[in-house]
Write a protein that binds this ligand. Structure first.
Ligand code: SF4
Length: 332
């Protein structure tokens, strides 16, 4: 198989039958919503259960629709595409860890000459089942391979999330570089920033090996520009996420106090989805600090008319943190 995802629907149907569920809510990440009809028909056909598809945006297991499932009279929530983060839920939650069907070895073989000898492996949950084969391939070719322990929000060795890079840091001192297996730039950039190591991204979708150094420098320049703009700000909106696994009210309250101590004004704003439109009514504030999903700040800041900072960046603005010690914002 070269791409696509295995949804593991046989197992989901079994769980529905075993649980005796008559009505369930299914929650899909944005990239899988196009398969919602197929999933619903298959599960209803095999189990007779009523399937409700959650149409709200879903970017991570920090954002479970368990309360919505309860309100809709569902016996369980099936959350596709992410590993478990939250423990206490309103209804039983089954995590359906969707597996990518890519074979990384041909791409790896074509690029093997470009890899340093001491390598750490990192990936996201969709590709975590590929790490064993990649590690064996590299070890057979004479590489010293390390995979960090599960930690932070990661359920698996070598897994990273957009808000949790602990498994990379776990082996950072033992490697010359990290090899990221997966797609996109955000996760390998996060590994580069949280470890200070070179990161090479084996992009399974684009079929290329990418050195993240240039993109990391470009990202840091963009963050530096946001921090520089915010230095003049007198008032700050501190965004508190309403999603259960993004809610950092304690941190937001501490930031509010810090702002006051530095002679700036702060206001707590709770939001479910953080978008430029949602912050538009607060344009009378000079800058914003996002304590919810860190990815929103780093990926989308240019779409906002006012500076949008991470908590770490606010410290740099106020002079209590140093640009030289810049870190990714992480949760948990
Ligand atoms: S907080 Fe953001 S990066 Fe972390 S799991 Fe949720 S969506 Fe992903």
């Amino acid at each position: 198989m070269t791409g696509g995802f295995d949804l593991g629907l046989e197992r989901v149907a079994e769980l529905i039958k075993e649980g005796g569920y008559r009505r369930v809510l299914i929650q899909l990440p944005e990239g899988l919503k196009e398969r919602a009809a197929e999933i619903s028909e298959r599960l209803t056909g095999e189990t007779g259960c009523t399937v409700i598809i959650s149409g709200d945006p879903c970017y991570g297991a920090c954002d479970l629709a368990d309360s919505e499932a309860e309100a809709l009279g569902c016996s369980a929530l099936f959350h596709f595409g992410h590993s478990q983060i939250l423990k206490n839920t309103a209804v039983p939650v089954h995590y359906v860890e969707v597996k990518s069907g890519w074979d990384p070895l041909p791409l790896l073989a074509r690029n093997i000459e470009l890899l340093p000898r001491r390598l750490g492996l990192v990936t996201t949950v969709q590709h975590v089942h590929l790490l064993g084969a990649v590690a064996s391939f590299l070890k057979d070719a004479g590489f010293d391979v390390r995979i960090g322990r599960a930690g932070g929000r990661a359920a698996y060795e070598g897994q990273v999330l957009g808000c949790s890079f602990a498994s990379a840091r776990d082996v950072a001192d033992e490697v010359d570089a990290f090899l990221y297996i997966g797609t996109g730039d955000f996760h390998p950039l996060g590994v580069a920033l949280s470890t200070g190591k070179k990161v090479l991204a084996l992009d399974l979708e684009k079929g290329e090996l990418r050195d993240m150094d240039g993109l990391k420098d470009a990202m840091l320049r963009r963050r530096f520009a946001q921090i520089a703009k915010a230095k003049e700000a007198k008032s700050f909106g501190i965004v508190v996420g309403e999603k259960q696994g993004q809610r950092r009210l304690g941190l937001a309250t501490r930031l509010l106090k810090t702002l006051e101590e530095h002679g700036r004004r702060g206001y707590l704003i709770s939001l479910r989805e953080i978008t430029p439109d949602a912050l538009l009514p607060f344009r009378h504030m000079d800058a914003f600090v996002n304590t919810a999903c860190p990815r929103v700040t780093v990926d989308d800041a240019e779409r906002y008319p006012k500076p949008l900072l991470t908590p770490v960046e606010l410290e740099i603005v106020l002079g209590t943190g140093e640009w030289e010690d810049y870190e990714m914002d992480e949760i948990g």
